[in-house]
Design a protein around this ligand. Structure first.
Ligand SMILES: [Zn+2]
Length: 215
């Protein structure tokens, strides 16, 4: 049976070559395009919302009824001592800046900044980034006594709205607003009507708050 064996061998070789060329073709395929680092592409499929669309959304909120029930928030006893020093690691240039005796900045670096970075990336429907150069001694040698992060909202028309000194609470407001929530969960999850924060939301997004809006 030499012919039968030969045929089997040829078949095996052909199969091997076919499989190899297929995996090669897959490896050669270009990777899918990724958004630029540090900028959230927005979870909505139709791209980021324009200023007009954001203004219309803000108007709808101003005309909506405040929620009937609000969570009063849970009691919480914190015994953790606040940290006294912090080292800021710049995500842009890699330099380390040491802070001590600056309670606001130490607290910001240790407790808020990591979650703020994540929160900015996760904002749905807008393109936003967190600018931290004030915190880095190399990126900004002449920095203010209390350096603060700045939220930058990149609009589809190319303009940018910048707000210096944003906190985690601001980013929560934006997320709740963009997701269409009626209430804002503040400290210890105590809720307030989101309508009470119209002016801050408008400021952060660079959008005019409708005139005569009831907060
Ligand atoms: Zn830097």
């Amino acid at each position: 049976m030499p012919y039968g064996l030969l045929a089997l061998l040829l078949l095996a070789v052909a199969l091997f070559l076919a499989l190899r060329s297929r995996t090669r073709a897959q490896a050669a395929a270009p990777p899918p395009p990724s958004p630029p680092p540090g900028v959230s592409s927005g979870a909505m499929s139709g791209g980021p919302l324009s200023r007009d669309e954001l203004a219309a959304k803000l108007r709808r909120l101003s005309e909506s009824k405040p929620p009937a029930q609000l969570n009063p928030g849970a009691m919480c006893y914190s015994t953790a001592r606040p940290p006294e020093t912090a080292e800021y690691l710049c995500p842009r240039c890699g330099a380390r800046t040491h802070y001590s005796k600056n309670t606001v900045v130490v607290r910001l670096i240790q407790r808020e900044l990591p979650s703020m970075r994540e929160a900015v990336k996760a904002l749905p429907g807008i393109e936003a980034s967190l600018e931290e150069s004030e915190l880095c001694s190399k990126c900004q040698p002449d920095r203010p006594a209390v350096p603060l992060p700045t939220l930058a909202v990149h609009h589809p028309d190319g303009s940018v709205t910048r707000t210096r000194g944003v906190g985690m609470d601001d980013l929560k407001l934006l997320k709740e607003f963009l997701e269409g929530k009626p209430a804002h969960a503040g400290g210890r999850d105590a809720e307030t009507s989101l309508k009470k924060h119209l002016s801050r939301i408008g400021e952060l997004l660079g959008v005019q708050v409708p005139e005569g809006a009831q907060e």
